[in-house]
Design a protein around this ligand. Sequence first.
Ligand code: AMP
Length: 459
Amino acid sequence: MIKAVRGTRDLLPPDTALWNFVEDTVREVFRVYNFQEIRTPIFEATELFARGVGEETDIVAKEMFTWEDRARTWMDQLAGFEEAVKRARQDHSLDNVKLYEEFFAPSSYKGQSLTLRPENTAGIVRAYIEHKMWDRGLNKFFSIGPMFRRERPQKGRYRQFYQIDAEVIGPPSSGSESPARDAEILELVATLLDRVGIKGWTLQLNSVGCANDRVKFNEALRKALEPVVGKMCADCQRRAVTNPLRVFDCKVPEDQPIIEKLPRISQFLDEGCRKHFEEVQAILKVVGVPYIINDRLVRGLDYYTRTAFEFTHGALGAQNAILGGGRYDGLSEALGGPAAPGIGFAIGEDRLVLSLAATAESVIRKPDVYIAPLGAGMNGEAARLARELRRHNLVVELGDEAFRLKKSFEAADKIGARYILIVGENEVKADAFALKHLASGEQVTVPRGELAERIAKEH
Ligand code: AMP
């Protein structure tokens, strides 16, 4: 038997009802905050993530699904050329230069390294640059889709998982740098979690400063690490040389007392960054979003600047972050674009669903009515009625004339329908149908024209 690959899973009904409930709610919240959907490809050039996430991050160093897309062979090349000649003949537009290019274009020989997206910020910023979206001023995007990381699978951690992303990005003139944007994003997340019914979340907040602060901080960190790094795990020893900030990502228990004593970025914030952070906090207080400061929080991406945050939830155990995010003011430039300050977050949808108090049962919309055709020739009549009722937005399940009445009742019961509607020859003649409320057993005869209204009414 072929099974789903380790770290991937099937999402089945009725659980998918919970996923849909989450996504519908999230879309509603994004709508009132004036965010618009963006859909980018699920694979991109590997270089995008190397530059956009950072070579030294665990994601890029160890966790990406990367492959070499094969170069075009001479045979592909020839086929492409033949195709171009055919097209040119059909269109009577023989363009020798174009044909020459088709045949010799060096780019068509090249293979390319591709990667399944491990996160979506880099892809969205790439799209922002590619489509010159600074012309639109401030962009507020959201997207929902699968991400891929080759991590060790465990509860709440998968190799294909789903993220709900939001990004606010635009030229500095659009106000994209303002602490008001950070506060708005954080308040949005709080609203979103409340609306889907997550109780007891904690917002952990930090500022990781800007490039200037980072230089001074890295220096201090390197100095502080020098005498102790020998006692730390192999990953930390590597990080201490390549990117000391990443030491704060370390989860090895023995290393924690050492990390606790290291200097913190909060001691190195320049005037601008400190003011920005204070303003974010001031707005949060006004709008009443509670938070705690966690000055160890550095987040997994290299390009984070200033505000960094995570929302955690106790019910999740070791993988307790429902979502993370932050500001990435230098990312666009790192990807070859113009200055475009931005801030965003990614909710782990799998974990969000895991921490929901609601059950699939409570959000699923059960059938309003089960239509039971009774006797030969009744399938068509039943289908006609179903069509009419569904036009009224009622959830209708259809039986089969081959079923005996008892079997139809059992089927209606099993799917949790509220009513059963009997469609037999006599009913069709009278154009009025027997409608039975399953919970109370109450039965009435209802003319065709009144059925929809009757069924829609709560019993
Ligand atoms: P990150 O991009 O690493 O900040 O992740 C953002 C959120 O995505 C995390 O807070 C998790 O909720 C979720 N997430 C990250 N990696 C995984 C994974 N392997 N499986 C499930 N959820 C994940």
